[in-house]
Design a protein around this ligand. Structure first.
Ligand code: ADP
Ligand code: MG
Ligand code: ZN
Length: 616
């Protein structure tokens, strides 16, 4: 860039200098005069001879002096002199020589001043052209290098051993590994090897990891690219990258082409939202063309991953493309233990640390969360100067991963602390005293992330299906904080706002999605269409009448108010217990399950909750 600017400046300056030199070159050192004076001198007979070169007239005087004058270009010298009153007799008596106007200087002096602006213009155009071209060629070369390759004998290769859980997915993928290892075996039986597999699962379930593991297992090169990398500033770059990716893959067959986050390019076409729309469409088309273009047994298997299979273009899912669809489930308790074990491998754990207990405490965590948990615990242990990672660090990291880092520095006034304590105990006590609620693991009034305090309750087992009664109790627990604030202080703080929105969302789902309202019956209300705008669903087709809309509102209100009533009942009935526990909590700031049970003094209403916590 700097270089170019300097070139431009040098170019301009030299053009100006050349122009100036040539312009002055024609005025030699000769004396000049005007044509009228010359005419006068001719008339007086002072001049012995004349030379005409183009418009320049050179007169030689009797004393040998030479004087130059310029005449008008069109007319002949005779006409001009005539006009100045020189008679033709005198004119004829002076020998006049007409020379070819020519010579380099003459032409240059004529052309350069006219050419100068044009040359300058050309120079500037050239400069901008080079700029643009430079960028373009960069974009093109990105296209060539943007796919990342993991060669087949790479170090720190990932194999199926490094992926815990997802048994069904691994089982299905074993087949693909077989295809890649022994393509000829399948070919000799006339079997067509599938071209593509689509990995589907929520974020952090290990899709990317698993794709790499396939390549590692089969010992083939792995070309990977993320959907968002296809979409660039220049239209057409995405398509050229796809072409390039497949060209490289075909050269290196057998191999795996992995397209991560394919929903970035593979969204349903033609919905018309978003600026880079055309580019995405072209890129997607190119992927389809490439996938159709190679022979089934070419040894290239395309694996794509997405956490939004619902938004994918149907064309991607047609036969001959991503035939195999593989779902990665979130890890259950055994999987979580196995994942924790994998990530604990190179970390010194204290003797007697139970990863099982950690797995029990982390329902809903994804593989990525668990990896993060192990890492946070290791960091914590180092910072505390310990020689190994203890259970304390592990348990504390659960909260950190779940809720963000503790913010002990946040200063709360005495009143705020008190309100927070009662609020959290509202949740905890209601959960404790309802027959289906999850056991309370911990209550704390230390702020974490954006919350002032928190109550952790975790289910005793992984649940896939839940009953209406459990949800109505959940509503009561969610509103327990609100209820406590209202009963104890007669007022509400902003601390309950996220509880309220969670409760509203739950009640809405119960009524409109899960058929849990007797008035509305087993029907889904609202056809949720996925239109992605700023990553949110903004669109819900209302497929019900105005009258139903009112009923829905009434039902949601009903669920929320009965939940609140239930919470209030429990809190008023147990106000003395609450005061007692609150005093303790204000003192210690956090209460683990055992301390909480002891302070409350009555057993949990859910009998499962009692011995579960005491096992281990
Ligand atoms: P995704 O692509 O599904 O969002 P990743 O594959 O990127 O998830 O997972 C992120 C990290 O989480 C992985 O690098 C790995 O360390 C860890 N992880 C996720 N799932 C598993 C699993 N099943 N077994 C072991 N580690 C896992
Ligand atoms: Mg991923
Ligand atoms: Zn709350």
């Amino acid at each position: 860039m700097n270089q170019t600017i300097r070139n431009i400046i040098i170019f301009t300056i030299s053009m100006i200098i050349i122009g100036a030199i040539l312009a002055t070159a024609s005025l030699d050192t000769e004396k000049r005069t005007d044509i009228a004076t010359l005419a006068n001198d001719v008339q007086q007979g002072k001049i012995t001879s004349l030379q005409i070169r183009g418009t320049t007239v050179e007169a030689t005087y009797e004393n040998g002096d030479k004087i130059v004058a310029e005449k008008e270009p069109g007319d002949s010298l005779a006409t001009i002199f005539n006009n100045y009153g020189v008679d033709s007799q005198t004119m004829r008596s002076i020998p006049t020589e007409i020379k070819e106007p020519g010579g380099f200087t003459y032409w240059a002096s004529l052309i350069i001043p006219n050419m100068l602006p044009i040359l300058l213009l050309l120079g500037i155009m050239w400069f901008f052209f080079r700029q643009v071209q430079g960028q373009n060629s960069k974009a093109m070369s990105f296209g060539q290098f943007a796919s990342h390759e993991i060669p087949k004998d790479a170090k720190n290769k990932v194999t199926f051993k490094d992926v815990a859980g997802v048994k069904e997915a691994k089982h299905e993928l074993m087949e693909i590994v077989e295809f890649l290892k022994h393509p000829e075996k399948f070919a000799s039986f006339g079997a067509k090897i599938p071209k593509g597999a689509l990995l589907m699962g929520s974020p952090g379930t290990g899709k990317t990891l698993l794709a790499r593991a396939i390549a590692g297992e089969a010992n083939v090169p792995f070309f990977h690219m993320s959907g968002s990398e296809f979409v660039e500033m220049f239209v057409g770059v995405g398509a050229s990258r796809v072409r390039d990716l497949f060209t490289r893959a075909k050269k290196n067959a057998p191999c795996i082409v992995f397209i991560d986050e394919i929903d970035a390019v593979g969204r349903q076409r033609g919905s018309g939202l978003g600026g880079s729309h055309d580019e995405r469409e072209q890129t997607l088309n190119q992927i389809l063309v490439e996938m159709d273009g190679f022979e089934p047994n070419a040894g290239v298997i395309v694996i794509a991953a997405t956490n939004r299979p619902d938004v994918l273009d149907p064309a991607l899912l047609r036969p001959g493309r991503f035939d195999r669809r593989i779902v990665l489930d979130p890890p259950d308790i055994d999987d979580r233990e196995a994942i924790l074990k994998i990530h604990a491998k190179q970390k010194p754990l204290s003797k007697g640390t139970s990863l099982r207990k950690l797995a029990e405490r982390t329902p809903g965590f994804s593989g990525a969360d668990l990896m993060n948990l192990m890492n946070e615990a290791a960091i914590l242990a180092v910072r505390r100067g310990k020689t190994s990672i203890g259970e304390d660090e592990l348990l504390e990291s659960i909260e950190k991963v779940m809720l963000g880092p503790e913010r002990r520095s946040r200063v709360m006034s005495e009143e705020e602390r008190k309100i927070t304590a009662y609020h959290e105990l509202g949740h905890a006590l209601v959960a404790h005293l309802l027959p289906h609620a999850d056991p309370v693991q911990k209550v704390s009034i230390i702020s974490r992330g954006r919350a002032a305090g928190y109550t952790i309750k975790t289910p005793t087992s992984d649940r896939y299906m839940r009953r209406r009664e459990e949800y109505t109790e959940d509503l009561a627990v969610m509103l327990g904080g609100y209820a406590a604030e209202q009963i104890i202080f007669g007022d509400i703080t902003t601390g309950a706002s996220s509880d309220m929105s969670n409760a509203t969302q739950l009640a809405r789902n119960m009524v409109t999605q899960w058929g849990m309202s007797s008035k509305l019956g087993p029907r889904v209300y609202g056809d949720r269409e996925d239109m992605i705008f700023l990553g949110r669903n903004i669109h819900e087709n209302r497929d019900y009448s105005e009258r139903r809309a009112e009923t829905i509102d009434d039902e949601i209100d009903g669920l929320i108010s009965s939940g609140l009533a239930r919470a209030k009942q429990i809190i008023t009935d147990n106000k003395s217990i609450m005061d007692k526990v609150a005093e303790k909590l204000l003192e210690t700031e956090t209460m683990e399950r055992e301390a909480f049970l002891e302070a409350v003094g009555i057993p949990p209403a859910n009998p499962n909750n009692m011995f579960k916590s005491d096992s281990k």
